[in-house]
Design a protein around this ligand. Structure first.
Ligand SMILES: NC(=O)c1ccc[n+]([C@@H]2O[C@H](COP(=O)([O-])OP(=O)(O)OC[C@H]3O[C@@H](n4cnc5c(N)ncnc54)[C@H](O)[C@@H]3O)[C@@H](O)[C@H]2O)c1
Length: 285
């Protein structure tokens, strides 16, 4: 259902790979709400993924770029302003990748070259996107720039590895740049901290199924889906949130504020039986 929340707005969406991608859902919703957009992803993702099909569906252009490459980002904004006919009103950074996670290197055995890549792709690229946009004056007054984060930035989660450090940096960049961009151009910069979501990037997280189940039981409203995340992004791009900036906004069904829920406790109690001896004594270890 459309409420024309983005009528006449122009946007750039980074990170749509396939139909599961959060960026994919945001792109579809943004166009539904009246925006015109461009899409960007790496040349490899464009070849391997389905972004060209999305571009056809939404009648928009795909501009290849590695988000760690400043020149390629400059081209994304230059070309976007050309095809969209002016400055952009919103930008979605929906990019994340950890070579350490991919190669199953644990947090106490990180490869530092790979750590640099994780941080560059998943966090510093957000700084690069914003800095390029600001230097080119590519974002209109009261524009909105968003990136996607995860609660592992604040609290430790088994298996999230060096992506936790990347997300902490990502959220810090939103605050630091949000201050400058807000002060000078009234542009908003925020992150949305999303529930675990079954996507290509999500499935890289160790024990993703169990994490999703735990998080669902801990959240009074249950896990937030990718479609629901897209709805939240639309509101953040709209004029209804013009004074929201420098925030990390939890979109997680309440997960981040819960210590222990009844549903999680009930499962935890059942789970303990696995670790009891025949006399009912709990075995720790
Ligand atoms: N899936 C989850 O559980 C979850 C939860 C919270 C936050 N997030 C975040 O949401 C964002 C989107 O991920 P997703 O879950 O939709 O998965 P996804 O795999 O669909 O999207 C990740 C995207 O990053 C792109 N990418 C990787 N390296 C890149 C580079 N160098 N330059 C440009 N693009 C590059 C990929 O091509 C892909 O399109 C990520 O920041 C992710 O960390 C995901």
């Amino acid at each position: 259902m459309s409420n024309n929340l983005l009528k006449g707005k122009r946007g750039v969406i980074f990170g749509a790979l396939n139909e599961q991608s959060i960026a994919w859902k945001v792109a579809v919703r943004a166009v539904e709400e009246g925006a015109t957009i461009t899409l960007s992803n790496t040349p490899m993702a464009i070849r391997m993924g389905e972004v060209n099909a999305l571009a056809e569906q939404l009648n928009c252009e795909v501009i290849p770029a590695d988000a760690t490459n400043v020149e390629e980002l400059e081209n994304v904004f230059k070309r976007s302003m050309e095809v969209l006919g002016g400055k952009v009103d919103f930008v979605l950074h929906s990019i994340g990748m950890s070579p350490n996670v991919r190669k199953k290197r644990t947090y106490d055995d990180l490869d530092y070259g790979m750590l640099e890549k994780t941080l560059d792709i998943s966090a510093v690229s957000f700084h690069k996107v914003i800095q390029v946009a600001k230097k080119m004056d590519a974002v209109a007054e009261y524009g909105s720039i968003l990136a996607l984060s995860y609660v592992a930035a604040q609290r430790t989660f088994f298996g999230y590895n060096d992506m936790a450090d990347a997300k902490a940096l990502l959220e810090s960049i939103a605050r630091s740049f949000g201050y400058i961009y807000g002060r000078e151009k009234n542009v908003r910069v925020n992150t949305i901290s999303q529930s675990p979501t079954p996507t290509t990037a999500g499935s890289g997280v160790k024990g993703m199924d169990k994490l999703m189940d735990f998080s669902n039981r801990m959240s009074p409203l249950g896990n937030a889906s990718a479609d629901e995340c897209a709805d939240y992004c639309i509101i953040m791009f709209s004029d209804l949130t013009r004074k929201v900036t420098m925030q990390n906004l939890f979109h997680d069904g309440g997960f981040s504020s819960v210590g222990m829920s009844l549903r999680a406790m009930a499962t935890y109690e059942k789970g303990l039986e696995d670790y009891m001896d025949e006399n009912g004594n709990i075995i720790y270890g």
